[in-house]
Design a protein around this ligand. Structure first.
Ligand code: MN
Length: 241
């Protein structure tokens, strides 16, 4: 039986060296002993486009560390989140990571597992879903990527400041997943195991969907201690650092 590790919501940034160091240690130790590493979004606090890698020391350091891991034979999979959704082909080519669409069903030791970042399950947050549709549109991305790197950084800083104020004013339950959306995801994909991040509320949830008992695992963020989900012969479990 293989061993797969799942992480998300590291929000790596030059402003917080702690999680960055934790991540490089994690790649060197736990991840190096695994068969596969799944990164399920928001690896970075924000990402202004793959063409910014060359001028981004932290981005380059992450690319190098993932390349070491993938060359050592660990399969590295990358799904983007709501912060770093502009990561793509160049990041993957340079790091050896393979891109995962969201949602995506993978088969691990004959078990089908639904992987998502998790933001699409938060359907009660209409403002956010509106912004998501804009930011994922070809028109918005084309316009954004046409800006210079410093202009993009400035735009993102502005959006982050605005989003911080909006998030603080929102009731907490709006920013959690919607139960109907969760059931629908289990149903549409025909799975009984789901792993996602985004809500920063690490937990194991059980849902009964059409008479089937389904498990939903939520990954921890790395603002605090950080951690990961391990899936191996023992079964899925959350591990904190
Ligand atoms: Mn997120």
């Amino acid at each position: 039986m293989s061993r797969a590790l799942f992480i998300s919501d590291l929000h790596l940034s030059v402003e917080r060296p702690g999680p960055n160091e934790q991540f490089f240690r994690f790649l060197h130790e736990e991840a190096a002993r695994a068969d596969a590493l799944y990164i399920l979004g928001d690896l970075f606090e924000y990402w202004i486009g793959d063409d910014g890698i060359d001028e981004d020391p932290l981005g380059r350091q992450v690319v190098r560390a993932l390349r070491v891991l993938s060359r050592a034979g660990v399969a590295v999979w990358l799904m983007v989140g709501n912060r770093d959704f502009l990561m793509g082909a160049k990041f993957c080519a340079e790091s050896g990571a393979r891109f995962l669409d969201d949602p995506r069903v993978v088969e691990i030791d004959a078990k089908r597992v639904l992987l998502m970042h998790g933001d699409t399950l938060c359907t009660d947050d209409a403002d956010y879903q509106g912004w998501r549709a804009t930011a994922r549109s070809e028109a918005w991305q084309k316009e954004f990527l046409a800006k210079s790197l410093p202009d993009r950084r400035e735009t993102i800083e502005g959006l982050r400041a605005k989003s911080k104020a909006v998030v603080q004013a929102k009731p907490a339950e709006i920013m959690d997943v919607n139960e109907v959306a969760v059931r629908e995801a289990f149903r549409v994909h025909g799975v009984s195991l789901m792993i996602h991040g985004h809500t920063h509320r690490p937990a194991k949830h059980e849902h009964e969907v059409d008479g089937r008992l389904c498990q939903r695992w939520v990954l921890p963020d790395w603002y605090g201690r950080g951690g990961y989900l391990a899936l191996d012969a023992v079964g899925p479990r959350l591990v904190s650092f």
